[in-house]
Design a protein around this ligand. Structure first.
Ligand code: ATP
Ligand code: MG
Length: 408
């Protein structure tokens, strides 16, 4: 079901039970910008127990914080009770959440003016902090006293930067000054939350505005896990627009590592410190290594190129060339020529991985009568390369015949 319709239905039902209900936060901001919201959040004066009682299908997602997820025709809608938060003694989590009865109080606890607007079903906008004006002026401004808001929750500083990249907005002078003054509290943040914000930043077309703020305001030396890395004081995020020219998240993580002076042999360890998933660590590390290697890929023969594609995979090889081009490891023209060549070679290869091969390990064991062992993998790798290079057809009978030679 259409998420907006589901939110509408939820609001209607809350209202007919005598409660207030509004769309709030990111969805209001995105609709005013003419963008498709990712999800629709509803805020209400009904208490969480009441919300649970009013709807047949709910999940108690964040009950402590007043959030109930209502599921309507399979579509989840987050419904949060008006609330304020108090006592952020650790700079990251409120000690206490208190439910309140007025929308304005709930809006006042939100981070930025553009995120602190609500809209009712008639399309009336509630905008006590000038969010609409800031949207027009394309700027991120903290609600209320910026320094106080960042003292409560240090993540908001990083969110300001992430939203600036996501929306292409600048951060107002006052809010920026507060970030610089409060940046030492960034060290209280959990690595997972930092990584999640950076990950969101890498998913936008032009993260460079955000990167530029990180750089100008020297935030990395305060930000976990970067603050503990060697040489981080000297980290020079070189021209931020490179982050726009590298279009993949893997490439952007790699670029950040590079600008933090992380050596290729240290890359995997640093990626793990960022608590990235192990598949991501593997992929980003591979691209990082290849990007350094790619300086030696010119000139290259088709056989050498295809071997690289087989060994590392098409995606990492192509991504590493993009990186080399952006970083100037390779001349633009050379990198572009190599990209075209590798793309062509990848297309030409009749097989790229073992699962593409017309036979598998058990076939080899059967035709040779040999017991399983390391030789099976070696034989398959050999056959894969022969087929990929066009020296053998990908036909069962020919491969089995060739495979027999691996028996004693
Ligand atoms: P996105 O499009 O990235 O999801 P969003 O505005 O919906 O943007 P969320 O992180 O989903 O961002 O949060 C929803 C709303 O909750 C925000 O718009 C903001 O009003 C409020 N909010 C979220 N995190 C904080 C925070 N750390 N401090 C204050 N308000 C917050
Ligand atoms: Mg959201």
């Amino acid at each position: 079901m259409d998420p907006r319709k589901a939110a509408w239905w939820v609001m209607e039902r809350l209202e007919s039970a005598g409660y207030q209900a509004y769309l709030v936060g990111g969805c209001v901001r995105d609709e005013l910008l003419g963008k498709q919201p990712k999800d629709y959040d509803v805020t209400t004066d009904a208490r969480p127990e009441t919300v649970q009682a009013l709807f047949p299908r709910t999940a108690a997602t964040g009950l402590k914080h007043g959030t109930v997820t209502v599921i309507h025709h399979g579509q989840p809608v987050e419904v949060t009770t008006f609330r304020v938060e108090t006592g952020y003694s650790d700079h990251r989590r409120p000690d206490k959440v208190v439910f309140v009865s007025r929308l304005e109080e709930d809006l006042a606890r939100r981070d930025f003016t553009v995120n602190a607007m609500a809209m009712d079903r008639e399309g009336r906008l509630y905008d006590p902090f000038g969010g609409q004006k800031d949207l027009k002026e394309r700027r991120i401004r903290a609600v209320g006293n910026a320094e106080a808001r960042f003292t409560e929750d240090a993540l908001r500083m990083l969110r300001a930067i992430r939203f600036s990249a996501q929306l292409g907005f600048r951060i107002t002078d006052e809010t920026g000054r507060a970030i610089r003054r409060m940046r030492h509290t960034l060290r209280h943040l959990a690595v997972e939350r930092v990584t999640a914000e950076l990950e969101k930043m890498w998913s936008v077309p032009s993260p460079s505005i955000g990167v530029q703020y990180l750089q100008e305001w020297e935030l990395l030396p305060h930000l976990p896990p970067f603050h503990r890395w060697n040489h981080i004081q000297k980290a020079a995020l070189l021209p931020a627009e490179r982050f726009d020219r590298l279009t993949t998240r893997e490439g952007r993580w790699g670029l950040l590592l590079h600008d933090c002076h992380v050596l290729p042999e240290q890359a995997a360890r640093h990626l793990r410190l960022l608590r990235l998933k192990s598949a991501d660590v593997k992929m980003i590390n591979r691209i990082y290594q290849l990007a350094f290697d790619s300086r030696h890929w010119h000139p290259i023969t088709p056989t050498e190129g295809k071997r690289l594609l087989l060994q590392h995979g098409t995606e990492p090889v192509l991504q590493s060339l993009q990186w080399s081009r952006v970083m100037g490891h390779l001349e633009t023209e050379t990198a572009e020529r190599l990209e075209v060549l590798f793309e062509r070679w990848a297309k030409e290869m009749p097989v790229r991985q073992l699962s593409d091969l017309a036979i598998d390990g058990s076939d080899l064991i059967r035709v040779t009568g040999e017991p399983p062992g390391r030789w099976v993998g070696q034989a398959l790798a050999y056959l894969l390369e022969q087929v990929a290079l066009g020296r053998l057809p990908n036909e069962r009978s020919r491969l089995l015949e060739e495979g027999r030679r691996f028996g004693k």
